[in-house]
Ligand binder design. Sequence first.
Ligand SMILES: *Cc1c(COP(=O)(O)O)cnc(C)c1O
Length: 224
Amino acid sequence: MDIKRNLEEILKQIPDNVKLVVVSKTMPVVSILEAYDNGHRIFGENKAQELLNKQPSLPDDINWHFIGHLQRNKVKQIIPFVSMIESVDSERLLKEISKEGAKAKRVIDCLLQFHIATEDSKFGFDRQEAFDMLGSKEFKALSHVRICGVMGMATLTEDTTLIRNEFRSLSVIFQELKENFFPEYRFFKEVSMGMSGDYKIAIEEGSTIIRIGSAIFGERPHSA
Ligand SMILES: *Cc1c(COP(=O)(O)O)cnc(C)c1O
């Protein structure tokens, strides 16, 4: 795989206001360094242990985005260096992140992950759960998290109309949350959606962060 060429090809196609997270899960440190040496600084991993294994061998100025289901007992270890947790899928997890953030004296940037796909295997909030949480006193007491927006994954399908509708539903949720809970809050601005197969549609539907792995590094082994 020509990582440099793939990266440049994607960067050419995305507007300046859209950030690219290079998803490096399953990829070795040398491949990550190849993207790094081409100037890229934002990388995404979906498993805490894998991130903990790789991070010490990589430069400190990498912005690590956590993008997978995060168990509460793993939060503590990634808190010292993670730059954003995109996959906050429960109130209990958010509380744990705030608690560990307080201990580490860091305010952690978070996105709320929404379940927008028709598949039921995907984690995330639905609209009502998010409204209930964001309106609660307990949420307002969380001092060491900063909610920066929303994240979601579309169904894995060839049906581009379905994908588009799912992305659109996430954009609508983002707008509703912004109006109801974050009207004056300048940090609430991110809609993370779009992967290798669907990022063009995601950008058309208002994505501000795309997360791309295989279009840069090539196909991963199936189990990953
Ligand atoms: C693996 C993964 C991606 C990237 O998927 P590709 O299809 O390889 O681009 C994006 N987001 C999440 C949450 C992932 O787990």
